[in-house]
Design a protein around this ligand. Structure first.
Ligand SMILES: NC(=O)c1ccc[n+]([C@@H]2O[C@H](COP(=O)([O-])OP(=O)(O)OC[C@H]3O[C@@H](n4cnc5c(N)ncnc54)[C@H](O)[C@@H]3O)[C@@H](O)[C@H]2O)c1
Length: 310
């Protein structure tokens, strides 16, 4: 885990870069749009709701529901048509919690109803759609590009908003599972942000009031972390936590999640019983199976692991 600050100078290389943003009309998405443009970047915005002025008159925009694959396909086509290229994608659209699973809601026969999936659909399925399209388009760039996903402090905390926390944990899962498939095999970096309490429309006013000044941050603080992850070509596989204007990458370094869990599990780096050790064995098996046609069945199952761990 590494703590750091984000001076303006570290955001300068976003200049002339093209960024797609989902959920761009409010909060963290809108603040990121403004910060990127401030540093000379170009944005293609999307949201269910229109952008506010003055951006409404100046920033290319498409109305998109992130839960619609068709909408998102059109978004990427429109951005490419507008700018000729896409350099970075911010998968950000999100809504608050919908269900706890403790509901006793029943149908006309008195049978328990299934949980509503609104939050999972927007916060996870919508993010997966954006990420798949981002990989498809960014891998065409010889100079590469990056994806930033909006996870949350609830991606790792016991935050009691069942579907929201579940979806945000899964966004962290996306970061970890895609990490080995992308850079440097493909010229695509992937990172995520984990904002703590941030003053936006998703957080009820009463909650902000109860937190009190100094205990929440502005959306622009979070926008700085998003812009940095795009602008700094060395950042890959980071989860940047922000709280009251302070930043930490929670994934990497000696105090980061992976190093700490390795120590908790009592295994060395790449040791026989570590997850990495097992993955290395599976990756080798996948390579061997690939060379042996008779093992085709095995190969199919292991194919996704081939070369993921060197
Ligand atoms: N505010 C916080 O404290 C906080 C903390 C951690 C993570 N987040 C995450 O930040 C992201 C942005 O939220 P925010 O805090 O800026 O809230 P916000 O409500 O201000 O912005 C969310 C935006 O997403 C849009 N949106 C919602 N559903 C959509 C859909 N189906 N398709 C397209 N756009 C849709 C909304 O119209 C809105 O403009 C979310 O993923 C949220 O979970 C927020």
């Amino acid at each position: 885990m590494t703590s750091f600050e984000i001076p303006d100078s570290e955001l300068a290389s976003i200049k002339d870069q093209v960024v797609i943003i989902t959920g761009a009309s409010s909060g963290i998405g809108l603040a990121t749009l403004r910060r990127i443009i401030k540093h000379g970047g170009k944005v293609f915005a999307s949201d269910l709701n229109p952008l506010p002025e003055p951006e409404k008159s100046s920033v290319p925009f498409l109305k998109v529901d992130v839960t619609s694959w068709k909408d998102q396909v059109e978004l990427f086509k429109a951005a490419e048509k507008e700018y000729g290229t896409i350099d970075h994608v911010f998968a950000n659209a999100g809504i608050g919690p919908t269900v706890t699973l403790l509901e006793d809601d029943v149908d006309e026969n008195g049978d328990l109803l299934p949980p509503k999936l609104n939050t999972v659909n927007v916060n996870l399925l919508g993010c997966m759609y954006t990420v798949k399209l981002a990989i498809f388009h960014l891998k065409k760039n010889s100079h590469g590009g990056s994806i930033v996903m909006t996870a949350s402090a609830s991606s790792f905390a016991r935050f009691p908003a069942t579907d929201y926390t579940t979806a945000k944990h899964a966004v962290l899962g996306l970061l970890r599972s895609l990490h080995g498939h992308l850079y440097p095999k493909l010229p695509i970096r992937i990172n995520a942000i984990a904002p703590s309490w941030t003053e936006t429309a998703i957080v009820p006013r009463e909650v902000i009031a109860a937190l009190g000044k100094g205990n929440y941050q502005s959306a622009d603080v979070v926008a700085r972390s998003v812009t940095l992850l795009m602008a700094d070509a060395t950042r890959h596989g980071e989860l940047v936590y922000s709280d009251c204007g302070k930043f930490k990458d929670l994934e990497n370094g000696e105090m980061g999640y992976h190093a700490v869990t390795r120590r908790m599990l009592g295994v060395g780096d790449g040791g026989e019983m570590s997850e990495t050790g097992v993955l290395k064995k599976l990756s080798k098996l996948a390579a061997e199976a690939g060379a042996d046609r008779e093992k085709e069945g095995v190969n199919k199952g292991l194919d996704s692991l081939k070369g993921v761990v060197e």
